[in-house]
Design a protein around this ligand. Structure first.
Ligand SMILES: [Zn+2]
Length: 152
C-alpha cells in the first residue's frame, strides 16, 4: 500500500484533512468568532526531539480574536486521523489560554501554558469520547431508563 508520501496530491489532501479537523473543533470549542489565517508550509516543523517535529504553530492577537496557524504539512502528512484531530484540538486550545503569555516577560510561562493546553486537550478528548459512548453524538440523547408507572 503506498504511503501518503507517494501521493502527488498529498499537499491538497493534507490541507483538506486539516481544514476538516479545524472546522469540527472550532465549532466544538466555541471559537467561530475568531479569525484564522492558515499558513501552509510543505516542510517539517521545528524538531522538538530526535523523532518528533512540531506539526503546527500558532500566533495570536488574542485581544482581537485573531490567529495565524502555521501548518507544516510534511509533519502532518502521516498523522492518522486521531493524532491529527488531537493536534488540532491542542492548537486551538492555545486560543483559549494564550493571553496568559503576556502576564510577564520570559520564557518559563510558555511551559505553563503548554501544560494547561495539554491537560485541557486530554480532558476535552476524553469528555467528548465519553459523550459518544453514551450516545450524545449526532444529536442523539443518551438512552434513559423509562420510568415505570405505578401499578394501580
Ligand atoms: Zn502547544
Amino acid at each position: 500500500m503506498p504511503s501518503r508520501k507517494d501521493n502527488p496530491d498529498w499537499m491538497e489532501k493534507t490541507k483538506k484533512r486539516v481544514r476538516t479537523a479545524f472546522e469540527k473543533w472550532v465549532a466544538v470549542l466555541g471559537l467561530r468568532s475568531w479569525d484564522f489565517i492558515f499558513s501552509w508550509d510543505p516542510g517539517h516543523g521545528e524538531a522538538a526531539s530526535a523523532d518528533y517535529h512540531c506539526e503546527f504553530a500558532i500566533d495570536t492577537l488574542w485581544e482581537y480574536k485573531k490567529a495565524t496557524i502555521t501548518i507544516w504539512c510534511a509533519s502532518v502528512r502521516d498523522l492518522d486521523d486521531t493524532a491529527l484531530e488531537k493536534a488540532v484540538l491542542h492548537e486551538l486550545l492555545h486560543c483559549t489560554v494564550c493571553e496568559m503569555r503576556d502576564w510577564r516577560p520570559g520564557k518559563t510561562h510558555r511551559k505553563h501554558e503548554e501544560r494547561v493546553v495539554v491537560q485541557l486537550c486530554d480532558a476535552f478528548w476524553d469528555t467528548r469520547r465519553a459523550g459518544y459512548d453514551v450516545g450524545f453524538n449526532k444529536g442523539q440523547r443518551a438512552a434513559r431508563p423509562k420510568k415505570r408507572r405505578a401499578a394501580k
